[in-house]
Design a binder for this molecule. Sequence first.
Ligand code: NOJ
Length: 525
Amino acid sequence: MAQTSWWQRGIVYQIYPRSFMDSNGDGIGDLRGISARLDYLHWLGIDGIWLSPIFPSPMADFGYDVSNYTDIYPPFGNLDDFDHLLEEAHKRDIRVILDLVPNHTSNHHPWFLDSRSSRDNPKRDWYIWRDPQPDGSPPNNWLSYFGGAAWTLDEKTGQYYLHSFLPEQPDLNYHNPEVKQAMFDGIRFWLKRGVDGFRVDVIDRMIKDELLRDNPLNPDYVEGRDNPTGKYLRLYSENRPGIHELIREFRAVFDEFKDRVMIGEIAYSTDPSLICGFYGTEQAPEINLPFNFAPLMLPWNAAAFRQFADAYAATLPAGATGNYVLGNHDQTRVGTRIGLPQARVAALMLLTLAGTPFIYYGEEIGMCDVAIPPHLYQDPQGINIGISRDHQRTPMQWENTPYAGFSTAETWLPVAPDYPVVNVAVQRGDPTSMLNLYHTLIELRRVTPALHSGTYQSLAAPEGCFVYLREADLRQMLVALNFTNEEKTITLPRYGKVLISTHLDRVETGTQLTLRPDEGVLVEL
Ligand code: NOJ
């Protein structure tokens, strides 16, 4: 088997730093807190952590508005705290991936302060400025993802600037070579420090149409029914010609260092050819792991997942590693989407499919979305268009003590009311808990080449079931997932032994097995 890198075999765990562990009792998580929980992550068995943004930021979009790319947001700690975290993580064989937000900065970033100061400032062209239309309206019809126009007028200089997200997040102009160099220097700063890679935010949106043409109306859009930010197709504002060349330049910076990983957030899609179009080629490599968000978008049914996984496996370029994302800080948690019994089936699927699994913090204990009333929303998307991501960003539930062991003070978002029973301490002691399911599956994946690096092939299965084989070194693993709440009987291709059931109560051998409602099994053939 070819030599592979850790991120091709391993598992990445996403930490939302504000909500993972508070070490200093101010109600928000921090870097020392993460360090204090590394032993837990080591026990869990993951290979890398991806930290959502930790750089200085006014927090208009909770860190996705960066005001300095080479320092730490003070409430999270400082560079010494970061170096300590990196060193302690590496001691435990855990890699650290940071979140890079190159499409836009904060409006408080000195680059933008310079840029907006006058029309002839040398940094004017670092952002995207245009004159108003003759009637004073914005230069085109582009909409912000967070509601309203993607343009804000700067009264003082009389021009509009572009912001794909909040007005506090002005978009950089990547047609300007100085912008690229400044961002590349920011990347080098962290890679030199020993960071193992970056997850790159909205990487496919860094290049815009040079003519800034109007986006066409979305023919499927229904006023009053649909999210108003989807009124136009983003034809001219994302995935434009030139984006692949720019990504290759970013990748070349990563490749100045040994074995670093570039993970890219591209548009949410279930089209394998769109996702796979971002790997590049061996001669001109692009993203190591362009996010595959299909599990967040497909209807929860076996046929849809089989069809997608088959097409994805067939479309991946030779030598490329796939990936599967089951949850993140922007999406409703999996337990809320499909219910906890099926979330166990989803865990087995995530940890046995071909591709690097991404686990969002708290999924391993079955944390669900927390009801937060609109007047307590912190997320600008919730405040502006009513679709709040706060529900899935609540504090990690460690134990049955006040504030769930996350903090000693009132927390920035409420702790889930189920924390007395849904927490790490309780679940570690319960042999059939979600946590022990994750822990066992992670261990099995780690020690089984068929699971972390083997071939993938789906098999015919009863309706409502998704069954596939993973194979390496002549060892065959069969995964049978029952997506329904009815019993289903599976005939195995040959005699097999159940290694684990999602119910964690079953070990047996045979050529036929009956899956109970909401059950998945891993079988060695
Ligand atoms: C995608 C990030 O995941 C999301 O949280 C953020 O709001 C936008 N990009 C803007 O940076």
